[in-house]
Ligand binder design. Structure first.
Ligand code: BG6
Length: 484
């Protein structure tokens, strides 16, 4: 690993993302020894005029519960917070960024006894509308200038635009200032343990190699459910809706890993090349393979317009036009305010031909990867019902992480992705052409929704979503299995 001084600059330091995700992830990295206090300094930057200590106090509660923490844990948090300095300034004027640069440079000078280069990581925990001006300011005022080398990297997060054109425009604006290897577009689903396991499962197991295709797989579902609504985020959400919030990014990224061909190697570019190819093979979405929903009560949020047409639920069938997947529906489904919180990949196999056991009605083989909660991988299969009779039953081969890997802490997605950024590994970040291909798939549908040509169906909060979605699932070929 590289050594030398590392400055992590969190822009939008007092915002929600920074408090809930970025700083806690940095703290966890610090606790595990990935951020050494003799090398690292963290800067918070935002418009609010507050002191270093005020920022530290605002963050503290997100890192630890002081009431239940031991003295050792509290001290650890305090030591970490001492690494954080605050600089205030606007997002579009040089003054604040010059001050920020001065602070970073002072930190670098104070560490100049360290061998190695200086590294500057800018984390934009900000709305995308300010990305272009912030990137320009960083480029003008805050680039790494060390003679010993090093780097400047920026981390950005969705929404990257609202459709193909706006995303391309944003990419072009940032692309004029930074090269692709400097830009880390986070999709936090790519940092989840079981999403990262996908390529290992597929390409390191002989079981799956011959089965993973249209000859054997009937349909694939990639599902995201939340059992709460847009609570407090109605204003943001209404501008985007469930397709832009979850499906076009998180679920589509998962689809890439399920559907892609084997990369030449594990090099980030080789993997991302294959992901782009799957995305480019997706056929235009047909209107009769889409069901949209909006939960009752969504518009009661004062920040949501009374006549909002924004879906909080969607089921969309994607068709991949290639030799492996022709005819296999990839059903992407996401919803807020449903009956449970779960994210999973469900691969359903075709019926066994010549079924001598007459076990078809019990259901098909399925391979399920539960991303959350309680990470698990399991296979549904038919076995003999134990006992004297010759009858069959659906059972499960179950690899539940909680049982199998007791005592192993599964890292938070953001923790892993920030560490990747420091290490310069772009494998789990979205490349510009991937982003473009993802928008190409969904833009026509999104425009129809935005124009009011397609409308969401109402559904009860706490339900499975509109019944029409289950009908679409059945039409796509999914057969409900009945476990034991
Ligand atoms: C975010 C969405 O990207 O992902 C949120 O903006 C959603 O609406 C969240 O709640 C879900 O993330 P996770 O990791 O809890 O599944």
């Amino acid at each position: 690993p590289e050594t030398g001084c590392l400055s992590i600059i969190v822009l939008g330091a007092s915002g929600d993302l920074a408090k809930k995700k970025t700083f806690p992830a940095l703290f966890n990295l610090y606790r595990q020894g990935f951020l050494q206090s003799n090398e690292v300094h963290i800067f918070g930057y935002a418009r609010t005029k507050i002191s270093d200590d005020e920022l530290r106090n605002r963050i503290r509660g997100y890192l630890i519960n002081d009431k239940t923490a031991t003295k050792g844990q509290s001290d650890e948090v305090s030591d970490f917070l001492q690494l954080i300095k605050y600089v205030s300034g606007s997002y579009d004027a040089e003054e604040g960024f010059q001050l920020l640069d001065k602070e970073i440079s002072e930190h670098e000078l104070s560490k100049n006894s360290l061998e190695g280069s200086s590294r500057r990581l800018f984390y934009l925990a900000l709305p995308p509308s300010v990305y272009p001006s912030v990137c320009r300011m960083i480029k003008q005022c805050c680039m790494n200038k060390s003679d010993l080398g090093g780097w400047t990297r920026i981390v950005v997060e969705k929404p990257f635009g609202k459709d193909l054109d706006s995303a391309e425009q944003l990419s072009a604006q940032i692309g004029e200032l930074f090269d692709e290897p400097q830009i880390y577009r986070i999709d936090h689903y790519l940092g989840k343990e079981l999403v990262q396991n996908m390529l290992v499962l597929r390409f390191a197991n002989r079981f799956f190699l011959p089965l993973w295709n249209r000859d054997n797989i009937d349909n694939v579902q990639i599902v995201f459910r939340e059992d709460f609504g847009t609570e407090g985020r109605g204003g943001y959400f209404d501008e985007y809706g469930i397709i832009r919030d979850i499906i076009q990014n998180h679920l589509l990224q998962v689809l890439c890993l399920v559907g892609m061909e084997k990369p030449i190697s594990l090099k980030p570019e080789h993997i991302r090349d294959e992901k782009v190819k799957v995305l480019q093979s997706v056929l235009p979405i047909s209107d009769d393979e889409v069901v949209l929903g909006q939960y009752d009560g969504y518009r009661d949020d004062p920040t949501v317009p009374d006549h909002s047409n924004t879906p909080t639920f969607a089921t969309v069938v994607l068709r991949i036009h290639n030799e492996r997947w022709e005819g296999v529906p990839f059903i992407l489904k996401a919803g807020k305010a449903l009956n449970s919180r779960k994210a999973e990949i469900r691969v359903q196999f075709k019926d066994v031909p010549g079924d001598i056991f007459k076990c078809k009605k019990q259901g098909r083989n399925e391979f399920v990867i539960r991303l959350q909660p309680s990470e698990a991988i399991y296979m549904k299969l038919t076995v003999k019902q134990p006992g004297l009779e010759m009858s069959t039953v659906q059972s499960e081969l179950d690899l539940s992480y909680g049982q199998r890997y007791q005592g192993v802490t599964i890292p938070e997605a953001y923790e892993r992705l920030i560490l990747d950024t420091i290490r310069g590994d772009q494998q789990h970040f979205v490349r510009r052409d991937e982003l473009k291909a993802a928008w190409e798939i969904f833009t026509p549908l999104l425009h129809k929704i935005d124009n009011g040509e397609m409308k969401p169906l109402p559904y009860q909060p706490g339900s499975r979503g509109p019944a029409e979605a289950d009908e679409l699932l059945a039409r796509a070929g999914y057969v409900q299995t009945h476990g034991y």
